[in-house]
Structure formats: structure tokens, C-alpha cells
Write a protein of this length. Structure first.
Length: 136
């Protein structure tokens, strides 16, 4: 029985196709907040929608108010809106507003010898924090 010899180019192509066919997730980009509106409110005021402007927002991005998730609406990759409750602004002080991009899955990559794969879980990414002032 005859054996066919494989060329290095054909072997490399087969490995490339095998890697490309893997079901890989993607790690989320790090979002950034450039501005918020409004930037302040009066303590004891009513609930309102906060507009968050920035970069790298996704459909599943979440606005955080002092680290706690708020109901978030995706407007576009550069804008989100979030519901801020009356309880959030009941007392005077400063709140930190940030955006969290949750992980999309895991990334599968080749490491070391050919055929040795590893799966690295992605963690979510949190933006810089912007201050929101609650005046007395």
C-alpha cells in the first residue's frame, strides 16, 4: 500500500484550518468613560436617566453606580443610558460611575508544541470611574 508524503505547507495549512475552526470566544475590550450627563443632582431628587459617553461599549455593557449594576440601555458603541433611582441620590455625596464589559467566553489558543491547546477564561473589563456629585 502506497503512503502519500505530506508537504510542510500542506501540514501548516491543515493546522491553520483546524485552529480557525475552533469555537473561540473573545475577551471584551476595556471600555472608557469620557463624560456623563447630567454630572450632578440634588439630594432627595427624582429618578432619572444618566447618559454615559465613551468608547468600546457593547450590547451587554453594564453601567455601575458605586460598583452596583444599574439597568442599562445600549445606545451605541459610544453611548449608554442607565436608570438612576431616587434611592441612589437620596443623600449628598459623590458616586463613582463606570462601565463593565462582561466576558464573552474563553479564548482557545495553541501553546507550546503543535496540537497543544489551552483555554484561557476571559474576565470582564471595567472602565475608568467618573465622579457624579449629589449636592445637599
Amino acid at each position: 500500500m502506497a503512503t502519500l508524503a505530506r508537504s510542510p505547507v500542506l501540514s501548516a495549512l491543515a493546522i491553520t484550518l483546524a485552529v480557525a475552526a475552533l469555537s473561540c470566544g473573545t475577551c471584551p475590550p476595556v471600555p472608557s468613560v469620557t463624560s456623563i450627563a447630567p454630572g450632578s443632582a440634588t439630594a432627595g431628587g427624582s429618578q432619572f436617566l444618566l447618559t454615559v459617553n465613551g468608547n468600546e461599549f457593547r450590547h451587554n455593557s453594564v453601567v455601575k453606580w458605586n460598583g452596583a449594576s444599574r439597568v442599562t440601555t445600549f445606545v451605541g458603541t459610544h453611548q449608554l443610558s442607565a436608570a438612576v433611582t431616587a434611592a441612589d441620590i437620596a443623600q449628598a455625596g459623590t458616586a463613582l460611575v463606570s462601565v463593565f464589559n462582561p466576558p464573552e467566553g474563553s479564548v482557545t489558543s495553541l501553546s507550546g508544541a503543535i496540537g497543544a491547546m489551552s483555554t484561557t477564561p476571559c474576565s470582564g473589563k471595567t472602565s475608568n470611574a467618573v465622579s457624579f456629585t449629589v449636592s445637599p
